[in-house]
Design a protein around this ligand. Structure first.
Ligand code: ACO
Length: 365
């Protein structure tokens, strides 16, 4: 296996040594994904559509990104709405109702508005109890961060059922005159209900077996010194929205694509290796790799680094584009629902995103 080159930043390599969560201490509880759900809005934005907006073409986009189309939320369909559909499906798959939810973590960079949080909006729309609900912004790594936090609350015995949503309506933040970014992003949502491992999902007839589910470990990072590589500048306290900001297009996503590409491959390879090392595993022990869906070439490069067969990597970027915090839970749900991911299998999630954040989470489904 190739050693992974540590990331180099302006802060020097020593400071970038990650303070990883790693393997949690043993407790009476392990976490189990009780149910998953996802939603992609029906409206499509194809490469041919984009050819009419910017100087690009289908062949270039497919060759450089693997993306063929993206799903775009309808007018009046907000991030809480796409998250709501995914959340309801995850609850249904778990055999639970909104009343059973003890906590809501809503991972997003495109919340309905700065405040109240989209988690609170979802809590109301779902009719969930008056439970702890908050937004989590770790960009495209958001869902991996969110699932890690949920795992801590399950393992500590504090909560029994936690709804973790990764959802984005990104299209209002995309500049459809910038060909480097507008080809990449789409809208969508994924969700899971995390519960106690010995809790049988009420829709499953088989009892929990010796291959009981768990989250083995999580390795999370953030390197703020690389924050400038991917930004949305306007709308915060540093740059409130103004006519000038709008004129400059500072309310749109902006990125240095080529540099992000390099960091993405390096950092996802690195955190996946950490997950394997922490658990004494090799990629042969992994049944499914679910990487953040940003660009097929990034996914392929990570797969090649580990020599993992393409059939073991869940990929949907051709259909969805980059849906930021939603990519991992959407791919997870699709793998579960089409029967590829089965109980007892080892699934490695990994993502990178603005911040720059990155992380891996290894679980037994
Ligand atoms: N159509 C046609 N040509 C284009 C397009 C386009 N849509 N976009 C750029 N080009 C041109 C460039 O102008 C450049 O032309 P030049 O050589 O004359 O200067 C040429 O194509 C090559 O450009 P590169 O930037 O080298 O192209 P690259 O192969 O790196 O692909 C891309 C660009 C797709 C943006 C890639 O770098 C990438 O995917 N990076 C990662 C981006 C990412 O993941 N962002 C999100 C991260 S954070 C998060 O997920 C929220």
């Amino acid at each position: 296996m190739n050693p992974v080159v540590p990331s180099e930043t302006s802060q020097g390599s020593e400071k970038t040594k990650p303070h990883a969560l790693g393997k949690p201490a043993a407790t009476p509880f392990e976490s189990r994904i009780l149910g998953t759900g996802s939603y992609l809005p029906p409206k499509l934005l194809t490469n041919t559509d984009l050819e009419k907006l910017v100087e690009t073409n289908d062949a270039w986009i497919v060759e450089r990104t693997g993306i063929r189309q993206r799903h775009i939320a309808a007018d009046g369909e907000y991030t809480s709405d796409v998250g709501l559909v995914a959340a309801k499906l995850a609850l249904e798959a778990s055999g639970l109702t909104a009343n059973d939810v003890d906590m809501i973590i809503f991972c997003t960079v495109s919340g309905d508005q700065p405040t109240p949080s989209t988690a609170c909006v979802l809590q109301k729309k779902l009719g969930a109890r008056n439970v702890m609900s908050f937004d989590l912004n770790a960009a495209c790594t958001g869902f991996v961060y969110g699932l890690t936090i949920a795992d801590q609350f399950i393992r500590s015995g504090i909560y029994e059922h936690i709804l973790v949503v990764g959802a984005e309506v990104l299209h209002p933040f995309v500049n459809y005159k910038d060909r480097e970014t507008c080809i990449l992003f789409g809208d969508g949502a994924g969700a899971v209900i995390l519960g106690r491992s010995n809790a049988l999902p009420r829709t499953e007839s088989t009892p929990p077996s010796k291959t009981d589910s768990k989250i083995y470990s999580a390795h999370l990072r953030a390197d703020g010194s690389l924050g400038e590589l991917f930004t949305l500048r306007a709308g915060g306290s540093a740059m409130p929205l103004s006519a000038e900001a709008l004129e400059r297009g500072d309310h749109y996503l902006s990125m240095k694509g080529r540099e992000i590409f390099k960091h993405a491959v390096r950092t996802m390879s690195d955190v996946c290796q950490q997950a394997l090392d922490a658990n004494g595993m090799s990629m042969d022990d992994i049944d499914w790799l679910i990487p953040h869906q940003a660009n097929l070439r990034i996914i392929d490069a990570v797969g090649k680094h580990f020599g993992i067969p393409a059939e073991k990597v869940i990929v949907n970027v051709h259909d969805t584009g980059n849906t930021s915090a939603a990519t991992v839970p959407i791919a997870l749900d699709q793998g579960v629902r089409d029967g590829r991911i089965r109980r007892g299998q080892n699934v490695l999630l990994t993502a990178f995103g603005s911040g720059l954040t990155s992380g891996s989470l290894l679980l037994k489904y």
